[in-house]
Design a protein around this ligand. Structure first.
Ligand SMILES: N[C@@H](CCC(=O)N[C@@H](CS)C(=O)NCC(=O)O)C(=O)O
Length: 211
């Protein structure tokens, strides 16, 4: 299978981590691609994701899956099912909700990056950016206040919500280190320190500054 990939993307990283956790990483070929709003990427729009967003997964039969949550569910099913998210029951809904919260934090953080890096300075909208920061903060506050949503940082397998949260915190470190999120969220800080010792997290650090 081929995974369209860029190390800085928290969404791509989520799939990468899930593949390592599930023991499927050797089945994935990482195809580097640069994406950003405004880049045409016509070929990728045809062969990958028509929305030109990453990740997209090309399966062995040539069919394509996106977005990151769908790909993670597919990998889970391929690894037997019920491994990084429960196959059913109340626990599944709670975990999908927590995953959506982590994903929303990533969405807001990535949009801020586009606003402050890509958009010409004269068109920037400060109130909008502050609103996105508010979403990041209230999302992180929710995890900080609900340790059960973060879960055990040393499980046999990370679950999809934990993977999403680790990607959100990793993206904060990568793009917004100066904001020192650890000072505001001490429980998340301790949780992330433990989780970061895992192979899946350590090997997928977004260390390349260019997108
Ligand atoms: N909901 C999507 C979000 C993917 C996403 O926004 N990826 C960013 C990279 S971090 C992207 O492809 N941006 C390019 C664009 O918006 O044109 C997912 O979970 O896969």
């Amino acid at each position: 299978m081929k995974l369209f990939h860029a190390p800085p993307s928290p969404f791509v990283r989520k799939v990468h981590i899930a593949a390592i956790e599930l023991g499927l990483i050797d089945e994935l070929e990482l195809i580097p691609i640069a994406v950003a709003p405004g880049m045409e990427n016509k070929d990728y729009a045809q062969k990958g994701n028509p929305l030109r967003k990453i990740p997209a997964l090309v399966r062995t039969d040539g069919s394509v899956l996106y977005d990151s949550g769908v790909i993670c569910e597919y990998l889970d099913a391929r690894a037997g099912g019920g491994r990084i998210l429960p196959g059913g029951g109340e626990a599944r809904w709670t975990m999908l909700r927590d995953h959506a919260l982590a994903n929303g934090i990533c969405d807001a953080a990535v949009l801020i990056r586009y606003e402050t890096w890509l958009r010409p300075e004269e068109f920037r909208w400060d109130a909008w950016t502050q609103d996105q920061w508010n979403k990041v903060n209230t999302g992180l506050e929710c995890f900080e206040a609900n340790p059960e949503s973060c879960g055990d940082p040393n499980p046999d397998l990370l679950n999809i919500a934990q993977i999403g949260l680790a990607c959100a915190l990793g993206y904060m470190d990568f793009r917004y280190d100066e904001r020192n999120w650890r000072g505001s969220y001490p429980k998340l800080s301790g949780w992330f320190a433990e989780v970061s010792k895992r192979r899946s997290i350590a090997e997928t650090m977004p260390d390349a500054p260019a997108k």
